[in-house]
Design a protein around this ligand. Sequence first.
Ligand code: AMP
Length: 462
Amino acid sequence: MCGIFGIFDHDEAANLTYLGLSSLQHRGQEATGIACINNDGTKMEVVKRGGLVAEGFGKEEIRRLKGKKAVGHVRYSTTGASIVRNAQPLYVNYRHGDLALVHNGNLLQSAKWRTTLEDKGAIFQSVSDTEILIHLMSRSDAKTLKDRVVDALSRVRGAYSLLFLGETGMVAARDPWGYRPLVIGKIDNSWVFSSETCAFSLINAQFVRSVEPGEVVLVNENGLQSFFPFKEHKNKAKCIFEHVYFARPDTNMFGHSVYKTRVRSGRILAREHSCEADLVIPVPDSGIAAAIGYAEKSKIPFAMGLIRSHYVGRTFIEPSQSIRSFGVKLKLSPVKDLLEGKRVVVVDDSLVRGTTSRKIMDMIREAGAKEIHLRIACPPVTHSCFYGIDTPTREELLASSKNNREIANFVHADTLGYLSKAGLLDSMGDKNPESIYCTACFDGNYPQSPSADLATNMPPSV
Ligand code: AMP
């Protein structure tokens, strides 16, 4: 998963992009970057750094980024490959001038595309699938930036929310299925784009609307124009896992408050998997909203039985004597006085590999909990995602080979209950949610068949 942000024609373009990216930090912590084009469109400056936005950008970096138009990116860690080389924005100076591109999503059949293009002489600078679009654009005979974008996109399949910054304008695009989010806002008469609305809240931009699935938006000195150049799909495939896990709870995504859908999912989970217990405990931060819903519905008191440290995410210095689950303990700490002797319902948003969950269950039990009833606010994750969520191969997905009882044993929980798919879809509050959301990670119903892609994918840029 990644986050993208763009702003067109604002005196503080780089500064606001920095702030926007900071709000999107939860979507990727591996690397970050901003591209800014100067006002006469003759010089594009790009700064890319490994790590967090605040670590990578200081006053000096922002000062270097001169101009009123900028795009930025936060990258989620997916491969062990060189961090900065694969960081975005991807930048090239091609025959039509400077071009910067940021991508959230994952193109299908990327390795095949790469080979095809390399056979024709293309030289790739990164191992990211996003670069395919640059090569396709540079080969396009179309006369305008927007038409070159359309030309390139009409040849690829997959999931994309994209921002292109060129000399003549900015182009935003979302694939026809609408897997990944992208929203449009306005600040002081300037257009802004973001993966999530939470970035608009920070900079006081006003949310205008979503970029629609299949829409290509051009912004230039004539204002904003909208195009629908691709074949329409009747059904959409918006990623429901964004609502389950990825998006920030203060974001409104696909027309719904993420906080509210998560609380609703918790209420439905309580209805589907009730139990006798003394406390409902969230796994912070991901399980908090669903736990609130669970507690509300079950009338079991909500308590913060685990405290998350917001200051230490990882450390390179470990104690010399081995401490069990040291990594997880750095992040989470149990409140012993609360948990001792209690029967607790532990609520988390999802269970993927189960390795973290097992450590958390052990920690809660060591703190004295008498019974642990694990409740997960989404269905079992049984299938890999090819559209930009970094879910591991099927073998690593706990629920792809184990039943509920086996999973409960694996994570050391006394009982386990997953929200049903119908329950999750219900929590979105739409009519006909099956025709709106992609649920492939839960049911293997891939909107675009991945069979041909399994062997031909490059590491996703997500
Ligand atoms: P695990 O015990 O390894 O299955 O980890 C489950 C935890 O990982 C849950 O608390 C989720 O909030 C979180 N999670 C779910 N999906 C992802 C993802 N794609 N990347 C990172 N963490 C995730």
